[in-house]
Design a protein around this ligand. Structure first.
Ligand SMILES: [Zn+2]
Length: 380
């Protein structure tokens, strides 16, 4: 990757790394005028903060910088942009670059299979497994396209880790919290955990379309994607799973009976950190978004995503898109899907107040009758 600009030349530009351990930046910086000072700067293109480090040059201009990636976490599959800067003894400064590389999780011997712009990556299982993943991606995209436009102008990569430990270790190393699957929509990457088994096709038809949905939602909404309430984004992704999680139903029923359902107003910004509550949040969001689609159709779902992408808050977005605030939609969902008698409960709670109200209305009536009777007496 040699590149000459005014002042100096960077040659032998090279990168080597072990994911989650260290990244080594190698280059040779040469100039007709001696280099007084040289720096390397690099950043994850999805983030703003740039790291700048001073370099020591050998006599031949070669330099090597080792970055401790175990302490300063970079997310897996991030595109890293880097460049070299030099100040020459004549006072001039110049830059060489930018150069780019993708920070892959290279701890595993990935196998790949591609069709059109979609590539699946896996390391446990034979080609049948990879083919099942690719089939799940194709079927998932077709399903998603019934609601949202599909964009495959830039590549999509799905990484299938064999175990949750493998997946979560990469996310931890990448600075993310524990998640069942993960998508980095802006770079077109989805990650999940699935292993070869008798149920591999079903597992993949659930997990692959889910992560693809995050990516396609991002592509259809652009920057506004970041404003989507968590319940809506995860609810849509879960709704697009070709084999819905059968355990969600049980979780919903139990929470409904115990009166421990989470309110959607509390699921706008994020899901609970506790994994049991997070599971319930997924179950609720999936059921709620299905309910909304039954009520308002795919156009209603698209209207919701657009309203939120425009930056409306959790209540106003729903009001603009479907004419009802979020808490009322929540009530409707509880009544319709979970068969809760929400108004029945509410009116039972209101009963003592209704009796009080009745009494306060009755007293003046009796009083009025008393006055009326007295008046008659006087007249008589
Ligand atoms: Zn998700």
């Amino acid at each position: 990757m040699p590149q000459a600009q005014s002042g100096f030349t960077a040659t032998n530009v090279n990168i080597s790394y072990t994911f989650g351990q260290q990244i080594t930046f190698l280059a040779r910086l040469t100039s007709n005028i001696p280099i007084q000072q040289a720096t390397l700067s690099f950043r994850n293109v999805s983030e703003q903060n740039t790291r700048v480090v001073p370099l020591t040059l050998n006599a031949d201009g070669s330099t090597s910088y080792q970055y401790d990636a175990s302490q300063h976490l970079l997310p897996p599959f991030a595109t890293i942009e880097f460049s070299y800067q030099a100040t020459l003894t004549d006072g001039q400064s110049a830059t060489s670059g930018p150069f780019y590389f993708r920070y892959d999780d290279n701890r595993f011997p990935w196998k790949t299979l591609s069709a059109e712009s979609v590539t699946v990556h896996w390391y446990n299982g034979d080609n049948t497994f990879g083919q099942a993943a690719l089939d799940a991606a194709r079927a998932g995209l077709q399903n998603i396209s019934q609601t949202f436009p599909i964009s495959l102008d830039t590549p999509v990569d799905i990484y299938i880790y064999s175990t949750f430990d493998d997946l979560t270790s990469s996310l931890t190393l990448g600075g993310k919290q524990w998640e069942a699957g993960h998508a980095d929509p802006s770079i077109g990457v989805g990650m999940l955990a699935a292993a070869p088994s008798d149920t591999q096709s079903i597992d993949l038809q659930r997990l692959v379309p889910h992560e693809l949905t995050h990516i396609m939602l991002y592509r259809s909404l652009g920057g506004g994607f970041n404003h989507l309430p968590t319940w809506l984004e995860e609810g849509i992704a879960s709704m697009e799973e070709l084999y819905p999680n059968p355990d969600y139903e049980n979780a919903l029923e139990a929470a409904s009976k115990n009166n421990s359902l989470l309110s959607f107003e509390d699921l706008c910004v994020s899901f609970p950190a506790d994994s049991g509550r997070a599971y319930l949040a997924f179950a609720e969001s999936q059921s709620f978004v299905r309910f909304l689609r039954d009520q308002y159709g795919n156009t209603g779902i698209v209207a919701l995503t657009k309203a939120y992408a425009d930056g409306l808050d959790c209540d106003l977005g729903a009001t603009r898109a479907v004419g009802m605030p979020l808490n009322q939609l929540d009530t409707r969902w509880r009544e319709t899907v979970l068969k809760q008698n929400v108004w029945g409960v509410a009116s039972r709670n209101l009963l003592p107040y209704l009796i009080m109200l009745g009494l306060t209305l009755i007293v003046p009536v009796w009083g009025a009758i008393g006055v009326f009777t007295a008046g008659r007496k006087n007249a008589g």
